[in-house]
Design a protein around this ligand. Structure first.
Ligand code: BG6
Length: 515
């Protein structure tokens, strides 16, 4: 198996990995399969241990048995034999306990001391918080109290890091509070806030496309770009997570993190070097430049939708107004992007799963040739296909062969699978776990990035939340603070309002990948 993407990643040193929330879905579907795949590819250290912590009763053996099927079916490498699993499973241990009980951390510390000894880790530890978010402060405080946040005897040669899953807060205030609680125990350099979108190869390719090529960057600005649109469409409903989702909604669930992260990568300035500090500085500058939405702008600049059967989902409150779809127009107030709208949309139960970003260019300034067959002006655009198709489309006009000078648009495609082989793209969690083990925080969010993102989302959410009680304005007028909640059918591309948002400025949403 060749895997070019990892070839320059150093091999991690011996480590004890501790997963809190070890009996949960993420551990089974993503974390263990990712570790298993890394193990199969020889990318984990010679010696390591993975200790799962959760409330469920398991022995080490039962824990391994519980994880086996998930690992074998969700690993990218499906041809590994049972012996390979047994070898990997021998690294897996389990520690049962309640998250708010000091005895759990005492037992964990004892187990970690054993694995540190057996694996010669010098006290290098990687914690992973994959529990419900309300437990984060509790676990962090207990790790601190048990002395587990400090480096081991080997000082500079060992490390203690903590990966924290999303959601990171549910608004700016809670994210700030969580950052403060974490910083009481861990230094920022130890904290790895995960956004699995940044681990996707196709997302990282945005940076290579922009900064590894000379021909695109000169047109990547307000002089040439008409607008940018980002779609994160899901065909699935809220499923088992309805209870959580109903308190969050689409803005908190995916806009604050995934969509804004995608947007920053499209919009950032080239960093002076590709390292965590410089990259995150540049991302922070983009987020700072996003114009905060005023309450009176929310109705026109946003659309909110709910799929028709959402209120029937078990766990959803009766009459819930939680949005399962949103479309948002953002402006970036800086020299490069002034006046270029960024349209972001995402929703559940849409026509298909499709994550893509289209950068649409302006029309040619002077038209020499007759319009293409459709009669509509056809602008050039570049689409980044993030998933499920992984690649890139470039659309441009070409002459229709034959007499005359008629033209029509054609697309040039690049597909990762064709170029590098179907199994070449590692899962996002493989990449991110390996980066955390080797101390590369480039693809993790820094405290300031998270807070800046919430500053963008909070005013929109506030407008929506206040919508039923129309607010008085300074002039004494009453004004709506949200667009109406529009319902949409399963398999649509969201509610009609989303199309209207673009149609009124003579634009339209595109789905360019997958066809
Ligand atoms: C998660 C959201 O962060 O991302 C989910 O909480 C969503 O609601 C998921 O389904 C989408 O991830 P992906 O990788 O399938 O696009």
């Amino acid at each position: 198996m060749t895997d070019q993407s990892f070839s320059r990643v150093p091999k991690p040193s011996p480590t004890t990995i501790v997963i809190f929330g070890a009996s949960g879905d993420l551990t089974e579907r993503k974390l263990i399969p990712a570790l298993y795949t890394l193990d199969l590819e020889g990318r984990l250290p010679e010696r390591y241990a993975v200790i799962g912590v959760a409330r469920s009763e398991y022995t080490d053996e039962a824990f391994r048995a519980h994880l086996r099927k998930g690992a074998q079916t969700n690993s990218r490498l499906t041809d590994a034999d049972d012996a390979a699993w047994e070898r990997f499973a021998s690294h897996l241990l389990y520690c049962q306990g309640a998250y708010d009980d000091p005895a759990t951390y005492a037992a964990l510390a004892a187990r970690m001391a054993e694995t540190d000894d057996a694996c010669d880790t010098c006290g290098s530890h990687l914690f992973y918080l994959s529990t419900p978010p309300q437990l984060y402060p509790i676990i962090v405080a207990h790790l601190g109290a048990a002395g587990l946040s400090r480096r081991g005897s080997a000082g500079q040669d060992s490390f203690v890091r903590i990966i924290i899953e999303k959601p990171f807060g549910h608004d700016l205030a809670s994210a700030q509070a969580l950052n403060e609680q974490i910083h009481e125990v861990f230094d920022e350099s130890q904290v790895y806030r995960i956004d699995h979108y940044l681990g996707k190869e196709t997302v990282q390719n945005i940076m290579v496309f922009r900064f590894g090529n000379a021909i695109f960057e000169p047109v990547w600005n307000r002089n040439y770009v008409d607008h940018v649109q980002i779609t994160v469409a899901e065909s699935v409903a809220v499923g088992q997570r309805a209870g959580f989702y109903d308190t969050a909604g689409v803005l908190r669930d995916v806009f604050q993190n995934h969509l804004l992260q995608l947007m920053t990568l499209i919009a950032i300035e080239p960093p002076a070097a590709f390292n965590a500090a410089f990259l995150r500085d540049e991302k922070g500058k983009v987020l700072q430049a996003v114009r905060p939405m005023r309450l009176d702008e929310v109705p026109a600049a946003t659309v909110r939708g709910q799929y028709r059967t959402y209120r029937d989902e078990p766990g959803v409150r009766p009459g819930s107004t939680t949005a399962t779809f949103a479309a948002v127009r953002l402006q970036v107030d800086n020299w490069r992007w002034q006046g270029v709208p960024f349209y972001l949309r995402s929703g559940k139960l849409l026509a298909s799963k499709a994550t893509e970003i289209t950068v649409q260019f302006k029309d040619v300034p002077h038209k020499l040739f007759p319009q293409s067959e459709s009669g509509r002006p056809q602008a050039n655009f570049i689409t980044f296909c993030i998933q499920p198709e992984e690649g890139l489309h470039l659309r441009f006009e070409t002459k229709i062969p034959g007499a005359g000078m008629r033209m029509r648009p054609v697309e040039m495609d690049f597909q990762f699978g064709k170029e590098f082989g179907a199994a070449a793209l590692p899962d996002a969690y493989e990449r991110l776990l390996l980066d955390a083990l080797t101390g590369d925080a480039s693809l993790f969010a820094r405290a300031d990035e998270i807070e800046l993102s919430w500053q963008i989302i909070d005013p929109i959410q506030a407008g929506w939340d206040a919508s039923d009680a129309a607010l008085p304005t300074a002039q004494g007028w009453r004004t709506e603070t949200a667009p109406p909640l529009e319902f949409y059918e399963k398999g649509a591309w969201g509610p009609p309002g989303a199309d209207r948002m673009l149609a009124q400025v003579d634009r339209h949403w595109r789905i360019s990948c997958g066809g």
